[in-house]
Design a binder for this molecule. Sequence first.
Ligand SMILES: Nc1ncnc2c1ncn2[C@@H]1O[C@H](COP(=O)(O)OP(=O)(O)OP(=O)(O)O)[C@@H](O)[C@H]1O
Length: 484
Amino acid sequence: MPNSMWHQCLEVLRDEFPAQQFNTWLRPLQSDHREGQLLLFAPNRFVMDWVNEKYLRRIEEVLKDLNGGQAPRVNMKVGSAPRDSESEPKPAVAKEPPAPVQEEADSSVTDEEKGVAVSVGNHTAVRPKTSNERRSVQVEGDIKHQSYLNEGFTFETFVEGKSNQLARAASMQVAENPGGAYNPLFLYGGVGLGKTHLMHAIGNEIVRRNPGAKVAYLRSERFVADMVKALQLNAINEFKRYYRSVDALLIDDIQFFARKERSQEEFFHTFNALLEGGQQVIVTCDRFPKEIVDMEERLKSRFGWGLTVMVEPPELETRVAILMKKADQANVKLSSEAAFFIAQKIRSNVRELEGALRLVIANAHFTGSEITPPFIRESLKDLLALHEKQVSIDNIQRTVAEYYKIKVADLLSKRRTRTVTRPRQVAMALSKELTNHSLPEIGDAFGGRDHTTVLHACKKIVELQETDPGIREDYQNFMRLLTT
Ligand SMILES: Nc1ncnc2c1ncn2[C@@H]1O[C@H](COP(=O)(O)OP(=O)(O)OP(=O)(O)O)[C@@H](O)[C@H]1O
């Protein structure tokens, strides 16, 4: 059984499982086939245990089918496939053998500079500082100033739902065991879905468990700005030393590193030094590592060394739970009817949901009114009007997925089961009817499909509306949901 069979097996599994599951658990596996045995390599123990428990039986069945009915021997191991394995094409989140980066990373730090002792948490100096030390304090002081965690973003204030369960579980594991098996932790997903919240929750939990821990949180633009400043001040070694001295480095919205070659280079070395030192790295991004444009391949590949988890848009029940929690935190009584009403109207992301709630609460305080659905409708009039005018493909996908109780990722995936293809066609037809996007743009937004597929979907849905009352009703419901 050649290794290529593993890639055929992956293709089958890709169609069977939602993209999030496939990307998180199956895609990172590497294969090596020797002496009638297929060895699968997982990047870490978490992935290995999970695959063993949830997917191995299915993997064996698919391989048996592909192998003419003969059951192969499959074993799993943590690590990477040997260099000489025929494992082609390379998986998206392959684990490369560690490069000798430590030496390279530290080569520019001279002995004299290594000897400069500046504690970030405690700036007391007992003798006049040298110019080097003054620079250190300035650079590190600036960095520390930017690194505070938001104390309100904790696990307690984070509402768990189907859409974020895995991300929350992985974050909790990392908080309990920083620098352990899931390093780096890469959280990705659309805007305003709670990635930053989870990242701070990990940082806060690390500090709660170990008050002496040094946790640095910053947005990636800040890392770039600090680095530029350090270069201008001729203090790049202090910059390096600071970032390599933390117990956990939390970098938010890594996609802004795109095209910043020098920052990517610097971050790459920092990243390696931290991983080798057993310090935790957590990164958030708006997309899967492989899909980040203008980012060095070696950096993208390294992001996949630990654990990559997606945060999905919350479904209706979670949106209601979030609203109830936020109202509770603001000491405001919100009926479940009112929460439900807002959650049905605002589907885009949690940030918008929070904004809408704030507006309703402020209006209620101001007018002394009770928060009822008619009052909410009036309070959110402008916001809802704006939403109604801006029907986006994104919005259509969320609405359709929610309606048919499938995931947005399913609509974008290659799965061809009936439960997914029909909703996908409906969503494509609605995108054509309600937005100004072209057929190729719509195809792109549905997992990179060809424009002819979109055209076919539009025709099919027109046809079905004539012959299938169920589809006609669904379609009318969508038109109402999306435009009123
Ligand atoms: N599950 C949740 N429970 C409670 N609050 C949440 C949840 N998800 C998101 N939020 C809240 O929504 C707001 C936006 O979340 P956050 O800033 O973490 O999003 P993000 O995914 O990092 O977005 P961006 O990519 O734009 O940075 C925050 O105020 C956060 O507290």
